[in-house]
Write a protein that binds this ligand. Structure first.
Ligand code: ARG
Length: 460
């Protein structure tokens, strides 16, 4: 059934109907649509715009539709134009005239703006819970490996020793910022557009505070044009989700590297790895690769939303129907990725021995060797040059700074003595980096404690 039959002399062409229809992707908002309509009907009754009994009949009718949809007794008609049309049509089929009064002082334009906000607010809560779970898992692993030394990299070249706990907690910080971004997005989403009408409000004496409150919003939107034309909240959410994917993707890249025989810093649990159909020895980090690969979808969704919006004159334009597939895909993708990623991390076996072995090569303690001289009064630039020469000497002799004889050291600077070996030991290099935010074990443990407190405050 079309809602807009009066002006038209023909039924729409079937292909036009299919092209125009959004039911295949907006039916997932049936609950929000029904809840919005119930609040609207209650408000119409409370304000004396429709009869109180009819308002009640509408609410009961809508509750019945919701129940039947959830039990499977009622199926959504795939030929309906959209979920709003379907629910209203079904209500009218059940109630007759009372059903036809529901749309008083309302438009599908404020209705869809409302439904999407309600839907996304709810999804964002679920995403935040998933993020908190992952951050909690990282805290647990970081605590376990707070003092395990690994090479820290720049340019993917061994740079300075860090701890595995420190490395993991870097991701916890990123995810905490992601959590904050989701919270911010939800905060700005928290205004109710219902009552904006098609674009210009209404002459009926509606009470927008009533509906806003009933639907759990902080306030009604302040401008009717903006109320129906704003999709910033979709963009903001997609942007926050894109950054989550950037972080997961970077993490995945590292996990893929760490799983390789070249690194072997971690081993993924069998349940979270896959094999090859031809190479019997293979154990592939497919989950990590897929998450990395799926990041592109979410960035694409963000670009879709930005592009869809950028040229639109106020207020509603049908282009805006394209918001849903993009933002839903972004939400679904991140949800799916987190569902697979978090248990992959929590079950991953860490191999500290291999990390330590890697940290022992590559002259990762060269900075500490220079620092040793500097602490004895040698200017840092000179200490840097002397240490560089020592590294060159090691390479010549096939040795490391730890195994280079003291005579080689003293030949380059008289400031060296036996103490240098202690100063460049991996434990001293990683454990001594106690500056705030540094990788020393005690710092990692303090950071874990701090993050756990934040999670608790955020309602974990
Ligand atoms: N299916 C439409 C959407 O998703 C609902 C709003 C339709 N409004 C209209 N005036 N055609 O945007």
């Amino acid at each position: 059934m079309k809602l807009w039959t009066g002006r038209f002399h023909k039924e729409p062409d079937q292909k036009t109907n299919d092209f125009n229809s959004s039911i295949s992707f907006d039916s997932r908002m049936y609950r929000q649509d029904i809840e919005g309509s119930m609040a609207h009907a209650a408000m119409l009754g409370a304000c004396g715009i429709i009869d109180k009994d009819e308002a009640q009949a509408i609410q009961d009718g809508l509750a019945g539709i919701l129940e039947d949809l959830e039990s499977g007794a009622l199926a959504i008609d795939p030929d309906a134009e959209d979920i709003h049309t379907f629910v209203e049509g079904e209500l009218t089929a059940r109630l007759g005239d009372a059903g036809k009064r529901l749309h008083t002082a309302r438009s599908r334009n404020d209705q869809v703006a409302l439904d999407v906000r309600l839907y996304l607010k709810n999804e964002a809560q679920g995403l935040m819970a998933q993020l908190k779970e992952l951050i909690g898992v990282l805290c647990g692993k970081a605590q376990e490996h707070a003092g395990d030394v690994m090479p820290g990299y720049t340019h993917l070249q061994r740079a300075q020793p860090i701890t595995f706990g420190h490395h993991l907690m870097a991701y916890a910080e990123m995810l905490l910022r992601d959590l904050g971004r989701l919270q911010d997005a939800v905060g700005r989403m928290d205004q109710c557009p219902l009552g904006s009408g098609a674009l210009a409000g209404t002459t009926y004496p509606i009470d927008r505070e009533i509906t806003a409150r009933a639907l759990g919003f902080a306030a009604p939107t302040a401008n009717s044009l903006d109320g129906v034309a704003d999709r910033d909240f979709c963009v903001e959410l997609a942007a926050a989700l894109s950054l989550i994917m950037v972080h997961l993707s970077r993490f995945c890249e590292e996990i893929i590297l760490w799983c390789s025989w070249e690194f072997k810093f971690v081993e993924l649990d069998d349940a979270f790895s896959t094999g090859s159909s031809i190479m019997p020895q293979k154990k592939n980090p497919d989950i990590a690769e897929l998450v990395r690969g799926k990041s592109g979808r979410v960035f694409g969704d963000l670009i879709t939303l930005l592009t869809m919006l950028k040229g639109l004159p106020l207020a509603y334009n049908k282009d805006m129907q394209e918001d849903k597939e993009a933002v839903f895909d972004a939400v679904d993708t991140v949800k799916l990725c987190l569902t697979a990623f978090t248990p992959m991390i929590s079950t991953m076996r860490v191999l500290p021995g291999n990390m330590r072995k890697a940290a022992a090569g590559g002259f990762i303690n060269a900075t500490d060797c220079a620092d040793y001289l500097t602490k004895k009064g040698v200017p840092f630039r000179d200490a840097y040059r002397i240490t560089g020469a020592l590294v060159a000497r090691c390479i010549e002799l096939g040795l490391t700074l730890e195994t280079l004889p003291l005579s080689e050291y003293t030949a380059l600077s008289p400031e060296f003595d036996e103490g240098v070996y202690e100063a460049i030991s991996l434990e001293a290099c990683a454990g001594g980096r106690k500056s705030y935010g540094g990788p020393a074990k005690e710092n990692v443990l303090a950071q874990v404690k701090r993050v756990r407190k934040l999670l608790e405050a955020a309602g974990e």
